[in-house]
Design a protein around this ligand. Structure first.
Ligand SMILES: C[S@@+](CC[C@H](N)C(=O)[O-])C[C@H]1O[C@@H](n2cnc3c(N)ncnc32)[C@H](O)[C@@H]1O
Length: 197
């Protein structure tokens, strides 16, 4: 993955590097077992700053198709300007993640990644997003999410318990950077990984 322009804010470089290590450690603890080039969906991706470290963390699996979706057009436009690849199809799309099923040309995904999921903010919307995410995945595919704070992560875990997915890893990130203006929140504070049954 080629990063064509620097990140927009100070501190992002460090955050994404730490996330890269967390993803590498966490994914290597799961039996990835990906044979061919894989397809990755980065859902509610915002600017998708983590695109490079996410693809690297999946190595030795090779990503052949990478799609980022967010409802915010400005963030998607920035992501599309930042990330290119010569050996992987990379797309960023403005869209509603709760409507994935209506996007008929999408491949089935090996992995869905949701960084800083926002379940707490709009539970009913996120119920729809999780339904659609699992439908968009291959069986045995992985859903990976990170969360900013404990309650939000617990709510996400509870919602996933009701679904056809098995929790394979749930870790509090000890290297997470605290956010001084948001008590109890820190960057990529939790990571959870589920396998679709
Ligand atoms: C907490 S932010 C996380 C953004 C990014 N993943 C990150 O870690 O920087 C949550 C994101 O969810 C997006 N979002 C909320 N509802 C959405 C929906 N229905 N479809 C797509 N994106 C949505 C927001 O626009 C926002 O970018």
């Amino acid at each position: 993955m080629i990063q064509q322009m620097p990140f927009s804010y100070e501190g992002i470089d460090g955050d994404v590097q730490r996330l890269g290590f967390l993803l590498k450690d966490s994914l290597s603890a799961c039996d990835l077992n990906f044979d061919n080039k894989i397809s990755v969906l980065n859902l509610a991706c915002g600017r998708a700053d983590e695109t490079g470290v996410l693809v690297n963390a999946l190595s030795p699996a090779r990503v052949g198709f990478y799609l980022g979706i967010d409802i915010r057009a400005d963030a998607i436009e920035e992501a599309a300007r930042r990330w290119k690849s010569t050996d992987c199809e990379v797309y960023f799309m403005e869209g509603n993640a709760a409507m994935l099923g209506r996007m008929k040309t999408l491949p089935e995904f090996d992995l869905v990644f949701i960084r800083h999921q926002n379940y707490w903010h709009e539970p009913m919307v996120w119920e729809g997003i999780l339904d659609e995410s699992l439908l968009a995945m291959k069986s045995n595919g992985l859903l990976v999410c990170t969360s900013y704070f404990d309650l939000e992560h617990d709510l996400f875990l509870a919602s996933m318990r009701e679904r056809d997915a098995k929790l394979v890893l749930n870790v509090r990130n000890s290297k997470s950077r605290y956010l001084p203006d948001a008590e109890g929140k820190s960057v990529d504070r939790w990571i959870g990984i589920w396998r679709k049954i």
